[in-house]
Design a protein around this ligand. Structure first.
Ligand SMILES: Nc1ncnc2c1ncn2[C@@H]1O[C@H](COP(=O)(O)OP(=O)(O)OP(=O)(O)O)[C@@H](O)[C@H]1O
Ligand code: SF4
Ligand SMILES: [Mg+2]
Length: 322
């Protein structure tokens, strides 16, 4: 049985929302709890999908894991070592093994650097290679991500979206990543290219034994690539289980709504109705929950439900799971 590569426990992160210039002095600052107590683990060679509508905190979870965002509390254990709070040289050895494919296609690419130079820089992060060794390694990487050698002299603006994505993936492999946060790796790409990128990620996982946290709002793609899926709503995981159970027999009302909004509209960035700010102390989904209203607003929903096992390996944070 494969071992756990990443174990995230009860992480929290609040961001201060921009207010007026005097909001700090007047004590009227507002905070948004981007992550409000998230726990999950990823095993070696496994893909965990993280889904949820825009703004629910998916990217913040990914950035927290790879150290780009400092968490307020909680624990992040990577390959058996606590890494939250580590900085600089102490974090560097882990940072090479944990990489992020950014939501923004251009984020990982220096616009002033040719593809070849960028990849050469990346392969030299771990070991100082001779020129000949670096060229050999870069050629190997291009081959792995199916990019022609003629693209080495290109600048990022001369590449297509799919090519930028492939080069971004090659960079993560170049530095020796074992665990990759793939943040919406297929968004902003044509449907045919999306399938190619998904297949590339699956092939690389098989070839190198990689683990992924695969972030997307696209449940069908997440179901295709993930072993397990976690569904996030307003900073919390509300349902988690094997990808087939989450897709075929969701137990949390939010997952059902998310699914039906995807199926009915082809996409589901937002669940309709109400506000996206957490209302009060009770269940955060209550203002939009069809079950809550059809049951006549039961009292139980006035307390926040914990994520509990509803069947083997399947958990939901709801007092009345389906
Ligand atoms: N650096 C920041 N400063 C202030 N607020 C932030 C910051 N980063 C994220 N947020 C807020 O935290 C919440 C979660 O944002 P996040 O980007 O993690 O969501 P997401 O699920 O990745 O959304 P999307 O699907 O649109 O990418 C949002 O309300 C967002 O506005
Ligand atoms: S706890 Fe109540 S309000 Fe919350 S999701 Fe379940 S039924 Fe809906
Ligand atoms: Mg995001």
């Amino acid at each position: 049985m494969s071992s756990t590569i990443l174990d995230v426990k009860d992480i929290k992160k609040r961001f201060r929302q921009a207010g007026g210039p005097l909001s700090g002095l007047l004590g009227s600052e507002r905070y948004v709890a981007a992550i409000d107590g998230v726990s999950f683990y990823v095993k070696e060679n496994e893909t965990v999908g993280l889904v949820g509508e825009s703004g629910c905190g998916k990217t913040t979870v990914g950035k927290s894991i790879i150290g780009l965002t400092d968490i307020d509390s909680g624990s992040i254990v990577f390959e058996g070592s606590e890494i939250s709070g580590l900085r600089g040289r102490k974090f560097a050895p882990y940072r090479k093994k944990m990489q992020m494919i950014f939501q923004d296609l251009d984020a990982a690419l220096n616009p002033n650097m040719q593809v070849g130079a960028a990849l050469k820089e990346a392969v030299n992060v771990n070991h100082r290679l001779t020129d000949a060794e670096a060229v050999r390694r870069v050629t190997e990487l291009l081959d792995q991500v199916s990019i022609r050698k003629s693209k080495l002299a290109r600048y990022p603006h001369e590449l297509s979206g799919g090519e930028k994505r492939r080069i971004g993936i090659a960079r993560t492999l170049a530095v020796g990543a074992r665990f990759i946060v793939a943040d919406e790796p297929t968004s902003a790409l044509d449907v045919s290219i999306q399938a190619q990128i998904v297949n590339l990620l699956l092939d690389l996982q098989r070839a190198h034994g990689l683990s992924y946290l695969f972030i997307s709002h696209d449940l069908p793609i997440v179901e295709l690539v993930s072993h397990k899926v976690a569904v996030m709503y307003l900073g919390r995981i509300v349902e988690m289980g094997l990808s087939s159970s989450i897709a075929r027999s969701p137990r949390h009302p939010y997952t059902r709504v998310l699914w039906s909004s995807l199926v009915n509209k082809g996409e589901g960035r937002r669940v309709p109705g109400g506000t996206d700010v957490r209302p009060g102390p009770g269940c955060r989904f209550a203002p939009k929950c069809p079950a809550y209203f059809s049951m006549g607003r039961p009292r139980e929903c006035a307390s926040e439900p914990a994520l509990k096992e509803v069947s083997r390996g399947h958990s939901a944070a709801c007092h009345f799971p389906y």
